[in-house]
Ligand binder design. Structure first.
Ligand code: SF4
Length: 367
């Protein structure tokens, strides 16, 4: 049995287990009694594994390319100095995106802009609501820096979660600087530490009051030598002890071409050997301006650079895939590595054959 089929059997089992556990947790008698302590660990383990096994094949939805932070590890500021129009995604473009998603079998949508913050788009909740109706979508994730996760947006989120009967909204991930004002200001370039902390505290309290079960994941991006005490951070942020709270500490950053480097920050070593096309090229990013790109990580769109752009929402999906295939073939056959990938340290090669991948039916025709 191949590694891939073991992974997918494990994942299907965990998804099933999680669904049942969430159903049990939603019973008032359970979640208000000691019995909840038997269910919460089951959900937490499933959440942990599923989140880490989401793989390299999903949709990155950028409903805002406008950001309210100035992170030192992101090329956003440099991009704002180019001709690129930064904007929120219009509802006309979003409807075209959904039309496109009806034609493919992606199972996960991550509302994560390459640069930007999702909550800057005031209609973010309507956009997520609409994505839930896509048949093929099993999970929706949402990434934010939390600056705009204010009372209004918290209540919008709660309404969304209550109407999400199929429990597709899997996780809300916060990207955070260190756990003090000075470090946050250094890493994120804006003086918003206290606001973000108050927002997260309030959110966790409201989720607990409503007995909801959304996984909240805090990702701390910190300087190399910065000390963090995760239990005490969790305690301070989570006065009501909301049970579904995860954390991750990131001390290593991508060395992005052209971006200023800092002594306090550790950058991943360059990778010399990139024999085959990166498997992240199978991801698709829908950009706020209607562009469609392969991948969607922060490196894939550098200032004044568009090698990984596949087309726009006005192109046919066949044309999009033909362009993707050209990029992949040029790498695999002629060893021509796309410019953003040349120095990218996130490169991942898991030798997936597009032909057998169920995510996109058109691949079967092309390969
Ligand atoms: S090498 Fe880097 S930029 Fe290129 S597709 Fe992979 S993750 Fe994206």
């Amino acid at each position: 049995m191949s590694k891939g089929s073991v992974n997918s059997t494990l994942l299907n089992t965990l998804r099933f287990k999680r669904r049942i556990a969430l159903k049990v947790y939603s019973i008032t008698f359970i979640n208000r009694s000691f019995l909840k302590h038997l269910i919460i660990p089951v959900i937490s383990v499933c959440n942990y594994v599923i989140l880490r096994k989401m793989g390299n094949c999903f949709v990155e939805m950028e409903i805002s390319s406008i950001c309210n932070s100035r992170c030192i590890f992101c090329p956003y500021v440099d991009i704002t100095k180019t001709d690129k129009k930064i904007q929120t995604m219009s509802s006309e473009i979003y409807d075209k995106v959904l039309e496109k998603l009806h034609q493919v079998n992606y199972k996960i949508i991550s509302f994560t802009p390459t640069t930007g913050d999702t909550l800057v788009n005031q209609n973010w909740d309507h956009y997520i609501q609409k994505s839930l109706s896509l048949q093929s979508i099993e999970y929706v994730l949402l990434y934010t820096n939390g600056i705009l996760m204010n009372e209004t947006n918290i209540e919008k989120l709660i309404v969304l979660l209550k109407t999400d009967k199929k429990k597709k909204i899997f996780s809300l991930l916060f990207s955070l600087g260190g756990f003090d004002e000075k470090t946050y200001l250094f890493m994120f370039g804006v003086d918003k530490f206290n606001q973000v902390i108050e927002n997260i505290k309030h959110l966790l309290t409201r989720l607990q009051q409503e007995k909801l079960d959304l996984l909240i994941h805090l990702e701390f991006r910190i300087p190399f030598e910065y000390q963090v005490n995760v239990p005490s951070i969790k305690k301070g942020l989570n006065p009501t002890n909301y049970p579904f709270l995860g954390t991750r500490i990131l001390r290593e950053f991508l060395g992005i071409e052209g971006l200023k480097r800092y002594d306090e920050v550790c950058y991943r070593d360059d990778l010399q050997d990139k024999p085959n096309a990166c498997s992240y090229l199978r991801k698709t990013r829908f950009a706020a301006d209607g562009g469609i790109w392969a991948d969607g990580c922060v490196v894939s769109e550098l200032p004044n650079e568009s090698t990984l752009k596949l087309g726009t929402v006005n192109d046919s999906w066949m044309d999009i895939e033909v362009k993707r295939k050209q990029i992949i073939d040029a790498w695999n056959i002629k060893k021509e590595i796309p410019m953003p990938c040349q120095k990218c340290t996130m490169y991942r090669c898991d030798a997936v054959t597009l032909k057998n991948d169920p995510t996109n039916p058109i691949w079967k025709e092309l390969y």
